[in-house]
Structure formats: C-alpha cells, structure tokens
Write a new protein. Sequence first.
Length: 249
Amino acid sequence: MRYLVCPVDPSAFAPFAWENRGVQFIGRRIAADLAAIHHRVDVQAPYPLPLDSPAIIVANHTSYVDPLFIQWACPRLIAWLIAREYAQMPGADWICRKIGTIPVDRGGRDLAATRAALAALESGRVIGIFAEGRIQTQRQLLPFQEGVALLAIRSGAPVVPTFVDGTQRYAQSLWEAWWQPQHAVLRFGEPLRFEPSAGRWGLSQATRRIEAAVGEIGNLLASDARKVIVGDSPKPMPSTAQEGHIEQP
C-alpha cells in the first residue's frame, strides 16, 4: 500500500485520474481556495492517506463547514455520507452526484446507503463519516453510531480518526458557517484496522475503539482551544442538526 502526506494543493497528486479533472478538480480548487483564503485552517498533524486504496475518515461534527476543512487538508477526493435532504438541495444535487456523495436517509435504516458506501470502498474511494450523526457544539463527543464500524469490518479499509475544532462551532446557520470567516484546527490520528468479528458485540467493541481514538485527538487539541475561540465570551450555541444513519443490510 502506498501512502502520501496530506498536502493542501489538490493538484499535487492524482491518485485516480477522475478525482483530478473536470468538475471534480474545479470543485476541489474552489474548496481549497475558500478554506485557505476566506477561512483559516491549521492542520496540526497531517496523516498520510492511501494513494491508491480505500480509507474511512471518521470525524466529530462541529458545523456545516466541517467537510470543507477536512477536504482541504486531503489530496484524495472524499465521498461524504450526508443527509439526503442536503444532497438534494437545488444546485447541490448535481455537484453531489459528480463528486460521488452518498445520501443517507435521516433518522432510520438506510440499507442503500450502506451498500453504496461499501461499493465506494471496494472501488478504492476514500469516504468520510461524521459518526456522531448530528452537529455537536460542545467538545464532548456524542455516542458514535455503529455504521462506521460495520463499514470498516466489512471492507477491511483503515479508519482514520479525525478531530476538528474552532470558531465554526458557534455558527448559527449554514450560511454563517460557510461565509463568515472561521478559524479551525484539524488533526488526524493513526489509522485503525479491524478484523472480521462475530455479532453485535464485535461491532460495539469496534465502535467504542473508534470513538475513543477520536476523543483522544480532541484531548490533544484541548490545551490549544483558546487559540481558536474568538474572545472571552463565546457566541450563543447553535441548535443541532440531525444527520442520517446507516444500518446493517
């Protein structure tokens, strides 16, 4: 397996030709410029993503803009699992289809999304999942959903635990998160691999291990939290936004 260190230039590498051409290239370039110029993102610990094989990025979820920040730090195009209503928004649906976004039904079983994610991994894609299932404005993680462990066990792909923090936690809306300048900090952890395991117990164990790994990265960032929070009085907390779930087919 070949690896590359995450650069911030999406044209630096072309692991798969289609990831770096046409709409995919233009979209990634716009995302990179928006993250690097309009926002400020500090990547404390870049992680070498596989150059030509699948991986699962598992991150906490602080705001609507998290996918932009994580994509900016990675040379591979990420196929995000996102709530179906966002993937079908006017203007966004065409882009989501082009970049291979995987829509997930909100608040219930979605076997089609699970199969689509496994197929993406089988084809060598990097997929991204916010395992808490919804936006969490507090630093304490919400319980992780077991769908991510299911994908890791069935696909054999490495799980890359990731933690993102910053001023975007206090954005009141999607518009504010994307278009008001934010200062974020991002850190990748060491990859996790899982062997096939039997039954619900093995799935639960793997889920807890992934959640603990993401939490440990958050603890490493905790001492630097004041550097990315604006002022002494944080803005009011936004309401949370439920994401979809993936279930075992």
